[in-house]
Ligand binder design. Structure first.
Ligand SMILES: Nc1nc2c(ncn2[C@@H]2O[C@H](COP(=O)(O)OP(=O)(O)O)[C@@H](O)[C@H]2O)c(=O)[nH]1
Ligand SMILES: [Mg+2]
Length: 450
C-alpha cells in the first residue's frame, strides 16, 4: 500500500452562498504553509482570527484558522482548517491560492482515505463517516454513530481472533502428516466453527435493516385508479406533489419523494392505478407500476371505501404480506359502499386523503412495520452494508465448506485453506487485508473534502 506524501487541499463545505465556507489542508507541508500564510505558526487546536492574503499580498478575507498537528488529527497528518466567509468566489480564490502554493486538489474521499491509511480508523469506520453525512433519519444516524465508534470493527476483531485460534490449532498438525488432528480436537474445532458461522449469519441478517437505513424504505403506493393514491402521497409529503384528478388514470408514470416518518425515512413512490381494462399509455404505466412494486420494502394498498374491495394482480398479491403491507382504507369522509367493509388480511388504517384524517395512525403503522426489521439487530446497533454482507456471505460459505471437510475427515491442510479464505473475507470488512483497488473504489464514492 502506498502512503501519501503530498499535501492536499479542498473545500469541505458545499459550493454556494452560505454563512461560512471551510477549506481543509492535510499533509507534511501544512506546517510551513501555515507559517507562510499567517507569518507565524498557530498554537495547536486553537481558533485564530487572521487576514488571508494570497501570493502577491492581496487581502482576500478575514478568516478563522485552526491547526491540528499530526498525529492527533482527522487524517493523522498535519491539518489546517480555514473558515472564510461563505461566498463561493472567496472560497475558490483561497483554494486557487493554496494550489498555487503547492497543494494538490484532493480527490473525492481522500481525507478519509488518509485517515484510514494512517490507522486513525478502520474501513468500517471510514464508511460510517459517509453514512453519518448522508443519514436522513434518527435510526440511520444512530447506526452510523455506532459504526463510527468502531462497533463493527470490534465485532470483526472478535471473530477474527477466534478464527485465528482455530486455524492455529489445525496448522499445528499440518507439518506432521502422520499425526493429523485427533477426533476429539476435530470435534472441538467443529463446535467453534459452528459458533463462528452462527455469529456470521447473525451479522449478515442485519443487512436488510442496514439497507433500509442507508437506501430508505422503498414504499410503493398501489391500488385502483381513483382510490386516492396521489392524494395520499401529497398528504404524506405535505404539499401537492402529484396531480390529483377525479378522472381515473391520471398518474401514468411513477414518481418518488423522500419523506421522514418518525425515526425512519422512506422513498415514497406513487404509481399508476391498477386498472385491468387499461390500454396504451395507461397500460404501460401499469406495467411500470408492477415493475416498481416488485422489489418494494413496504406496500401501501389504497382502497376506496365507497367501492367494493378491489382485486390485485396475482403477482403483486403474492409479494404482499401482513409484514410488508398496510391496507389504507380511504375516503372515510364519504358514506361507505354498503354495510361493513370486509376485514383485510393486513394491518388496516382508515383515512381521508382529502381531509388529511387518520394520517397519524398511518404513520404509526408505517413506523411499526419499519421497526420490525430491527429485530435482527443486536444491542450494539450494528447494521451492515452491502459490502460487509458480501464479505460475510463469503466467510460463511468458506466456514460451511470447512465444516463439511472436517466431518468428512479430509486432511487438515484442506480445512485450513478454507479457513484462510474465511479469514480474508472477515479482514476485508475492517480493512485488515490490503487491497488497493478495493480501497480506491470505495473512497471514490465519497465527496471531495471528506
Ligand atoms: N371524498 C374524498 N375524495 C377523495 C379522497 N381521496 C381522494 N379523493 C378524490 O378522488 C379522486 C382521485 O384521487 P387521486 O388521488 O387522483 O387518486 P389516484 O388515481 O388513486 O391517484 C380525486 O377527485 C380526489 O379528490 C378522500 O379521502 N375523500
Ligand atoms: Mg394518481
Amino acid at each position: 500500500m502506498s502512503f501519501p506524501t503530498d499535501t492536499i487541499a479542498a473545500l469541505a463545505t458545499p459550493a454556494g452562498t452560505s454563512a461560512i465556507a471551510v477549506l481543509r489542508i492535510s499533509g507534511p507541508e501544512t506546517g510551513p504553509l501555515t507559517e507562510a500564510l499567517f507569518g507565524a505558526p498557530l498554537a495547536p487546536r486553537t481558533l485564530h482570527r487572521r487576514d488571508y492574503r494570497e501570493l502577491g499580498d492581496t487581502l482576500v478575507d478575514d478568516v478563522l484558522a485552526v491547526y491540528f498537528p499530526a498525529p492527533k488529527s482527522f487524517t493523522g497528518e498535519d491539518i489546517l482548517e480555514i473558515s472564510c466567509h461563505g461566498n463561493p468566489f472567496i472560497a475558490q480564490r483561497i483554494l486557487a491560492d493554496l494550489l498555487a502554493r503547492g497543494c494538490r486538489q484532493a480527490e473525492a474521499g481522500e481525507f478519509t482515505k488518509r485517515a484510514f491509511l494512517n490507522g486513525r480508523m478502520d474501513l468500517s469506520q471510514a464508511e460510517a463517516v459517509m453514512d453519518l453525512i448522508h443519514a436522513r433519519s434518527e435510526r440511520a444516524l444512530t447506526a452510523a454513530n455506532q459504526q463510527l465508534r468502531g462497533a463493527l470493527g470490534r465485532r470483526m476483531n472478535e471473530l477474527i481472533a477466534l478464527l485465528v485460534k482455530v486455524l492455529a490449532q489445525i496448522e499445528a498438525y499440518i507439518d506432521f502428516p502422520d499425526e493429523d488432528l485427533p477426533p476429539e480436537d476435530r470435534q472441538e474445532v467443529l463446535t467453534q466453527l459452528e459458533q463462528l458461522k452462527t455469529q456470521t449469519d447473525r451479522l449478515l441478517a442485519t443487512n436488510r435493516y442496514g439497507n433500509l437505513l442507508r437506501e430508505g424504505i422503498r414504499t410503493v403506493i398501489v391500488g385502483e385508479p381513483n382510490a386516492g393514491k396521489s392524494s395520499l402521497l401529497n398528504q404524506l409529503v405535505g404539499h401537492e406533489r402529484a396531480l390529483v384528478s377525479n378522472e381515473p388514470g391520471t398518474t401514468r408514470d411513477y414518481l418518488e419523494e423522500k419523506i421522514v416518518v418518525g425515526p425512519h425515512w422512506l422513498r415514497l413512490i406513487d404509481t399508476a392505478g391498477l386498472n385491468p381494462a387499461a390500454v396504451d399509455l395507461e397500460r404501460r404505466g401499469i406495467e411500470k407500476t408492477l415493475e416498481v412494486a416488485a422489489n418494494a420494502d413496504l406496500y401501501l394498498w389504497v382502497l376506496d371505501s365507497t367501492q367494493p374491495v378491489a382485486a390485485l394482480p396475482p403477482d403483486l398479491a403474492r409479494s404482499m404480506t401482513p409484514q410488508n403491507t398496510i391496507a389504507v382504507l380511504n375516503k372515510i369522509d364519504l358514506p361507505p359502499a354498503r354495510g361493513e367493509y370486509p376485514e383485510m388480511p393486513f394491518p388496516t388504517v382508515r383515512v381521508s386523503a382529502l381531509l388529511g384524517a387518520g394520517l397519524e395512525a398511518l404513520q404509526a403503522a408505517i413506523g411499526k412495520l419499519a421497526d420490525s426489521h430491527r429485530a435482527d439487530v443486536g444491542d450494539d446497533g450494528i447494521a451492515v452494508n452491502v459490502r460487509h454482507a458480501q464479505a460475510l456471505r463469503e466467510a460463511g460459505e468458506a466456514l460451511d465448506r470447512a465444516r463439511q471437510k472436517l466431518r468428512d475427515g479430509v486432511y487438515s491442510e484442506l480445512v485450513a485453506s478454507e479457513l484462510r479464505l474465511a479469514l480474508d473475507a472477515y479482514g476485508r470488512i475492517s480493512g485488515r487485508i490490503d487491497n488497493e483497488r478495493m480501497l480506491d473504489e470505495l473512497f471514490a464514492t465519497f465527496c471531495i473534502g471528506k
